[in-house]
Write a protein that binds this ligand. Structure first.
Ligand code: TXA
Ligand code: MG
Length: 355
């Protein structure tokens, strides 16, 4: 991670070619963003999930700028953001009845659907796949920019590859300063983690990435849903094969009965301290009083929407604290907890201690 950070920081010095402006989400900012997109530039804009780095989805030169700004491998496909269900047909073929039901029910919102792609969607959007991922974001600023630009907007999360997705304009700026010309600052994102990605090209829809539109919510609307992508299906979503954000500190998830978790973490922290290492904990409002020192509460453990909203800022905070180890209290792997545990598991490189 250290060497990777160094390479990214070297690359960022080499490519500091823009003066990055942060503007308010008013009419002037929206018009400016839409104009830049029409001119083939890249801008950062808020969505309800995380900030996105957007460009005209039919302009290959503009799309290359996204990959360059992020330092992202170009076979990792990006999500196309549209402003209406009609616009889906500009990029996708064979929109099934099941997909229509899902669009009716969950759009605009944090659900991305993977369809068969139209021929004129450039390969750079889809990483060479025959499918395209599409969603209508719920954020009014995102919708206004797509409408004004008059084209679907391809947008990955607005972080450097390997960093957490940004949920504030400040986080975008810290990753993208000098790499893009405009950031629209609309405050913190409401949802806080990336959209659910659901492949609807087959008979039974498959969750490729869990999100706050949960397995349980999807099943209630369309019946059968496959929640665990097989290795074959994972290969269909190349994003899953690249290393995700992992914090500077060594992250371990502690799973077990609540009282035992806190006891276990306290023992680990004092053993670390005895060895001269500074450790911290990510916990919840209900458990934070069990600890002292470097304690980051993710919010109430009974309000998983709040926990998701706080998660990536907590990751960034932990990096700033320069800790050797961070211990995270596990959540139940169901409902919204599944999406949060998925991000924690990636960040922890699947390191879980069962107690
Ligand atoms: O909430 C979100 O989804 C945010 C906001 C900006 O909309 N976007 C986002 O984009 O998280 P990104 O590029 O960071 O993640 C896109 C995910 C990746 O895991 C990628 O592999 C998957 O979607 N994906 C994109 N196109 C795909 C396709 N055609 N088939 C399967 N998976 C696809
Ligand atoms: Mg991303």
């Amino acid at each position: 991670m250290y060497i990777y950070d160094k390479i990214l920081s070297y690359m960022s010095k080499q490519t500091k070619k823009y003066t990055t402006k942060t503007v308010a989400p008013g009419l002037a900012g929206i018009n400016q963003a839409a104009e830049l997109i029409k001119q083939g530039e890249v801008i950062a804009f808020p969505t309800e999930t995380v900030y996105g780095l957007g460009a005209d989805c039919f302009n290959v030169t503009a799309l290359k700028k996204i990959y360059r700004a992020k330092g992202r491998p170009s076979d990792n496909p990006v999500i196309v953001h549209v402003a209406s269900t009609e616009q889906v047909h500009d990029v996708a073929n064979n929109v099934s009845e099941t997909a229509k039901k899902l669009m009716d029910h969950f759009w605009p919102g944090p659900l991305t659907l993977v369809f068969e792609k139209k021929k004129d969607v450039p390969d750079i959007v889809t990483g060479g796949l025959k499918t395209v991922a599409v969603r209508i974001p719920q954020h009014h600023v995102a919708q206004a920019i797509i409408e004004q630009a008059g084209v679907p907007i391809a947008a990955p999360s607005a972080n450097l590859s390997g960093k957490p997705s940004p949920t504030t304009a400040q986080a975008v700026l810290s990753d993208m300063d000098g790499k893009i010309s405009l950031i629209i600052d609309s405050g913190p994102c409401e949802v806080g983690i990336e959209s659910t990605v659901l492949d609807v090209t087959g008979k039974i829809p498959i969750i490729l990435r869990p999100g706050m539109v949960t397995y349980e919510m999807l099943s209630e609307v369309i019946g059968q849903v496959d929640r665990k992508a097989s290795d074959d299906e994972k290969a269909k979503s190349p994003g899953t094969k690249y290393s995700h954000y992992s914090p500077n500190a060594n992250l371990t998830i502690i799973h077990g009965p609540q009282a035992a978790i806190s006891r276990h973490i306290l023992i680990k922290i004092s053993a670390d301290a005895a060895a001269g290492n500074k450790s911290g904990v990510m916990c919840y409002d209900q458990t934070k009083r069990n600890y002292s020192g470097s304690v980051i509460s993710l919010g109430s453990q009974y309000n998983l929407k709040e926990v998701a909203k706080n998660l990536y800022e907590a990751f960034r905070k932990a990096d700033e604290m320069a800790l050797t180890n961070v211990y995270v209290e596990a959540l139940d792997d169901k409902n919204e907890g599944s999406a949060i545990m998925n991000r924690l598991m990636h960040a922890a490189n699947n390191q879980v201690e069962e107690i």
